[in-house]
Design a protein around this ligand. Structure first.
Ligand SMILES: Cc1ncc(COP(=O)(O)O)c(C=O)c1O
Length: 423
């Protein structure tokens, strides 16, 4: 599509947008009494209007039924983890039995590493990206030390080529090949939190498997942002959080995927809890852990109902919108943002976009590396009602989210940003 830089063009795109009604399903924060220009769905997604209803229903059932709510509430708490499976499985491209909402992301990462990172004296290396989200780095470091290994020896951190910000897929595949004799696990982001790069999940998984390793992904920035096919791509395991693109609220319940091929791997070491125990026997309170088949066997604790209720409210919206429709709009919306930004600073005197230009290699987020006065510019746009994200020392991340951002929002952002640069 040929873009134009006038407001009428942006408004015309909004008018034609088949998903335009979805914005009205969300509460848009206000700044100075006006709707903000909210571009931080990559950090905390907005509240679906229905979240309150879902949570209130649980509060009412608790009030009316007390403990009986475990079995007799409208969504019995005992089985609550089942209610999100269908929608979640569509969001990540999996079978319902391969996904479960549970815990928090870093907890799930540790649980998965306990099971799927089994170093031996020959195979002990983990490949990750340099500059992975700190929580992941701490998880890798602590898991390696737990196994008595030196992170300096066992962790291979992939770096972009000098002068580049994104990793090239052939370089990733080559690094896997080079380490194949010692490689135990490849664990990358789906979408990198800082650069916004979307990795080639299928190619990386295949290369990891060809090298005799297992492959997992941290999908914090990918889930609900880009279409995924975890089952078809044969990914071994994944984890994600739900407070970003999945709009399930601060500290929202996280998720995990374990591929069907591991569903019956009861031999895998795992850190167990009663909610992963065979459901039929759970309340017999017997000794001896018998995991449930599939990812459900990795659950630890009974389900946090209020977080999960907010999650269901959001997933209902995803079911209605459909990931493919969202992706179609997302590509246009982000391409439009890129077009307007390039118009502002064609020679990259003030900033450069470090997110890949190819839309097949990114989700909705663009990361702008500021060359001068970055924080001042950020503070100015904030005062003008933009809610974006500042990353020290010099990056602004902007994420137009197809569920609730309009083309006009993108246009307004570009106008305010241009003004802030020129002052
Ligand atoms: C890529 C990535 N990994 C891990 C985390 C940590 O998540 P949590 O605090 O839910 O464990 C985040 C949080 O933003 C993240 O973006």
């Amino acid at each position: 599509m040929k873009f134009e830089k006038n407001l009428a063009f942006a408004r015309a795109l909004d008018k034609k947008d088949p998903l335009k009604s979805f914005r009205n399903k969300f509460l848009i924060p206000k700044v100075n009494g006006k709707s903000s220009l909210y571009f931080t769905g990559n950090s905390l997604g907005l509240q679906p209007k229905t979240a309150k209803k879902f949570i209130n229903e649980e509060l009412a059932d608790w009030a009316n039924l007390g403990v009986e709510g475990h079995l007799h509430s409208r969504r019995p708490w005992l089985y609550y983890h089942r209610f999100s499976k269908k929608a979640l499985s569509k969001v990540v491209g999996a079978n319902p039995s391969e996904v479960v909402a549970m815990n928090q992301l870093t907890v799930n990462l540790h649980l998965m590493l306990v099971s799927f990172y089994q170093p031996t004296s020959e195979r002990f290396k983990i490949i990750a990206e340099q500059g992975a989200f700190p929580s992941d780095q701490y998880a890798f470091e602590s898991q390696l030390k737990f196994h008595g290994l030196d992170p300096e020896q066992a962790l291979v951190e992939l770096q972009p080529r000098p002068g580049e910000h994104a990793l090239r897929t052939p370089d990733i595949l080559q690094a896997i090949k080079e380490n194949e004799k010692q490689l135990a696990l490849v664990l990358l982001s789906g979408v990198q939190y800082y650069t916004g790069q979307w990795f080639d999940v299928r190619a990386i998984t295949k290369a990891g498997h060809d090298a005799g390793a297992l492959v997992g992904f941290d999908l914090a920035h990918a889930v609900g942002n880009v279409p995924l096919s975890l089952h078809r791509d044969e990914v071994d395991f994944s984890i994600w959080c739900s407070y970003k693109y999945l709009n399930s609220g601060p500290g929202g319940i996280a998720g995990a995927f374990v591929h069907e091929k591991h569903a019956q791997r009861f031999d895998l070491p795992r850190f167990a809890g009663w909610w992963g125990h065979d459901e039929k026997e759970r309340f017999q309170m017997k000794k001896g852990f018998q995991p449930m088949a599939g990812v459900d066997g990795w659950q630890l604790s009974n389900v946090p109902i209020f977080q999960s209720a907010a999650h269901l409210a959001s997933l209902e919206i995803f079911e209605e919108a459909g990931m493919n429709n969202l992706r179609r709009k997302s590509v246009q919306l982000t391409n439009y943002l890129e077009f307007l930004l390039k118009e502002i600073d064609p020679d990259e005197n003030h900033f450069s976009i470090i997110t890949p230009t190819n839309s097949a290699e990114r989700g909705c987020q663009l990361s702008l590396l500021m060359k001068q006065k970055g924080k001042k510019v950020f503070d100015r746009i904030t005062r003008q009602g933009v809610i974006a994200d500042w990353r020290e020392p010099d990056a602004i991340r902007v994420a137009p989210v197809p569920l609730y951002n309009r083309f006009e929002d993108v246009w307004q952002f570009a106008r305010i940003f241009k003004e802030a640069l020129s002052r």
